[in-house]
Structure formats: structure tokens, C-alpha cells
Design a protein around this ligand. Structure first.
Ligand SMILES: *Cc1c(COP(=O)(O)O)cnc(C)c1O
Length: 399
């Protein structure tokens, strides 16, 4: 049965993903089940998306109620769920205004367009270049791909959008040398997600903030992966006592219902006026219903403290594994976005974990990434650690 489904998929679905050979059918909390009835503990949560777990009853109820009331009317009209989500985002962040869209790439597209438009409106049209980071990831649309610092995913799509300069992540000097009268913004993830859970020095973002303020340019933070509690704060920038001018969100914003958002301060946001930018589906009542539940839950201090505590617990356990196995070279990350850098390729480890009932992910060939639901339990973390311990031991003995 499973193989028939996979055969069918491979006939009709674009081959853009190398998928694992399981067909997932249902979920509950941190668990998902495949069509064979096998249960997995999900340490990826749909790539940092389903933070409140699968089949969350509050999300399901909010969606069901909203579906019976109003799903979509377009942004030509006001709707209350969208206003509530915007208020929750504004109340809980640096931002004054929110633009809604449907994905991370779209949120970054909006940010790139706003940064350019801001300087056009200011009468400084020659400032349009954006400094982005090597190893960054900002999406797969043409503009966001152009802003992404990874050659392997840009290959084959030339010519890309012009106006992006790249510098090494976590290197202040490189930024200082790059900023000039054509720069409009610096764009970075606070922690590089797809790039390998790479954390900058604590003072890095503070210094970026200072450089931007002094040069009168914009700091754009892509918090698509790090936002909404993932790092143990509602937004990762809070760890560094700074505020960006623009921030992008998506992934966990509506627990798996597709939603993106671009947030900005009043002075920057006002460069967008009626007709400047748009999205048919952006912030519809149905996605906003889910997002309200997410934001009300995650913005809670106790909830966030629990995420931080779980992150510390999990990281400590990974560090104990590192002491035991020389094939682990580094444990890194913040909150419940954690990475384990290996001296060996990671794909076989991911496959072994899958066989043992755990969904994890490998990025950049040799970095295991963990982004479990924020509601993960200590016992589930312990079980994963035991699984990894076994897998590493098997590798050690097979050598
Ligand atoms: C996932 C991700 C994106 C792209 O989001 P999509 O919804 O896939 O378009 C952009 N930036 C970061 C940091 C991401 O993790």
C-alpha cells in the first residue's frame, strides 16, 4: 500500500524534494503516524512550523468556527480576525504595522520592496542595495533567491535580481567595508537556520544595529524560522536587546496554516501606501483565526520560559552525547532550535532515527537540526537522546 502511494506520487508530483519513504497520515501533539500505523516523534515539526503540535484542539476549533463563519473576502474589506492578529503582533514586538502574506519568501519579498521604496520616497533613489550574508536562506522566489547566500540553490536560475552584496555572517569588519551610499539595508537571520543553526556572537546583532542607525539604513531581520517562540523568546532579537526596522515572519505564525507577515516601524512602513503592494490571500480570516491562537499561547511569559527551560535541557543532553562521541564536533543553537555538527555525513543518521521512530533533519550535509514542537516533553527528549546514543554507538562499532 505504502509503495503504491509513493509510486503514484513520483509520477505526478514535481521532483523538487528528495522525500523520505513514509506517508504521513495523522498527528497528535508531538507524534505523527504513517499509513502503516508506525508512530514517530516529530523533532522537526514541519520545519519549525507546528510549534503547538499536530491536531492541536484549540487551533482545530478556531479553524472550524471560522470556516463556518467566513473564510475569505479579500483585502478590499476589513475583517476582525486579521486586525486582532496585527494588534497581537504590534503589542508584542517593536513594530507599528503589519503586512500579511502567505509564506516566508513572500514576507521577504515585501521587506525587500519596502526597503527600496523607503529610500525612493525619501528622495535617495540611489540607495537600493541590500547587504546579505553568506550561507543565508531567505526563500526560493527570484528576489529572495537573489538575497540568499548559497550558490548551490541559485545555480541554474540566472540572471538573478541585482542589488545584493554578500559578506560572511558574524563578521562586523566585512559589513563596515561593504556599507556605502548605495546601501539601503542589511538583511540577516538572527540565527542562520538552513545555513546550519549558526549563531552569531552575542554582540554581533547589536553592532549591526549600530551600523544601520549610524548610516541611516534599515536593519531587516528574517525571523521566519527563529520567530514565534522558537528560540525561547517570542522573537530572537529580544535576546540581543536590539530592535530591527523590518522583520519577517512565517513558518510557525499559524501553526501550519500558510501565513506570512512583514512587520515594520511606522516611519518605514509609511513608504507603502494604497496600491504599493498586495496579496489576495494575505491575512484572510481563516489563517488569522489560527494565528490568534498561536500568538495568544506563545506570547505568554510562562510558555516562553518553558521553551527556554526545555531548550537548555535538550542542549545539555546533546552536549553529554558530544562528550561521548568524537564524531560530534559541536552542539549549537538557542531555545528549541538546536543543531549538532558532525564529523561525518548526517543523512544515514537521519535515516536510522526514522527507522527508530524519530523525525529529525540534516542540513548542509553534516548538521543535524532539531526543531521540535514547543510543547515537546522531557521524556520525549530523553527518548530521542537514547535513540541518537544507539545510532552513534552502532556507527562506532561498524567502523
Ligand atoms: C523557511 C525560510 C524562508 C522561506 O519560507 P517559505 O515559507 O518556504 O517561503 C525564509 N527565510 C528563512 C529564515 C526560513 O527559514
Amino acid at each position: 500500500m505504502k509503495n503504491d502511494i509513493i509510486k503514484k506520487a513520483d509520477r505526478v508530483i514535481a521532483a523538487t524534494y528528495a522525500r523520505f519513504p513514509i506517508v504521513l497520515e495523522k498527528g497528535k501533539g508531538s507524534k505523527v503516524w504513517d499509513t502503516e500505523g508506525t508512530v514517530y516523534t516529530d523533532f522537526l515539526s514541519g520545519i519549525a512550523v507546528c510549534s503547538l503540535g499536530h491536531a492541536n484542539p484549540d487551533i482545530a476549533n478556531a479553524l472550524a468556527r471560522q470556516a463556518e463563519t467566513l473564510i475569505h473576502v479579500s483585502n478590499l474589506y476589513y475583517t476582525i480576525p486579521q486586525i486582532r492578529v496585527a494588534e497581537l503582533l504590534v503589542e508584542n514586538s517593536f513594530a507599528d504595522r503589519v503586512f500579511f502574506c502567505n509564506s516566508g519568501a513572500e514576507a521577504n519579498e515585501a521587506a525587500i520592496k519596502l526597503a527600496r521604496k523607503y529610500f525612493k520616497e525619501k528622495g535617495d533613489p540611489s540607495r537600493f542595495r541590500i547587504i546579505a550574508m553568506e550561507q543565508s536562506f531567505h526563500g526560493r522566489t527570484m528576489a529572495t533567491l537573489s538575497a540568499t547566500g548559497q550558490e548551490k540553490i541559485k545555480k541554474g536560475f540566472d540572471p538573478l535580481l541585482t542589488g545584493f552584496d554578500f559578506v560572511p555572517f558574524n563578521n562586523i569588519k566585512a559589513i563596515e567595508e561593504k556599507v556605502d551610499s548605495s546601501t539601503c539595508a542589511i538583511l540577516t537571520e538572527p540565527i542562520q537556520g538552513e545555513g546550519g543553526v549558526r549563531c552569531p556572537d552575542p554582540e554581533y546583532l547589536q553592532r549591526l544595529r549600530k551600523i544601520c542607525s549610524e548610516a541611516g539604513i534599515l536593519l531587516i531581520l528574517d525571523e521566519i524560522q527563529t520567530g514565534i517562540g522558537r528560540t525561547g523568546r517570542l522573537f530572537a532579537y529580544e535576546h540581543y536587546q536590539i530592535e530591527p526596522d523590518i522583520m519577517t515572519l512565517a513558518k510557525a505564525l499559524a501553526n501550519g496554516v500558510p501565513m506570512g507577515a512583514m512587520l515594520a516601524t511606522e516611519s518605514v512602513a509609511k513608504a507603502f501606501t494604497a496600491g504599493s503592494h498586495a496579496s489576495t490571500f494575505g491575512g484572510t480570516p481563516i489563517v488569522s483565526a489560527a494565528s490568534q491562537v498561536v500568538l495568544k499561547t506563545v506570547a505568554n511569559k510562562e510558555f516562553l520560559k518553558n521553551c527556554r527551560d526545555k531548550g537548555v535541557y535538550f542542549k545539555e543532553k546533546l552536549q553529554q552525547l558530544k562528550k561521548k562521541y568524537s564524531m560530534i564536533s559541536e552542539v549549537r543553537g538557542l531555545g528549541l532550535l538546536l543543531g549538532v555538527k558532525l564529523e561525518i555525513a548526517g543523512h544515514s543518521i537521519v535515516n536510522e532515527c526514522l527507522k527508530k521512530g524519530f523525525l529529525i533533519n540534516c542540513i548542509q550535509e553534516n548538521i543535524l537540526r532539531f526543531a521540535p514542537p514547543l510543547i515537546i516533553k522531557d521524556g520525549e527528549i530523553d527518548a530521542l537522546i537514547e535513540c541518537l546514543d544507539q545510532v552513534f554507538q552502532e556507527i562506532r562499532y561498524s567502523k
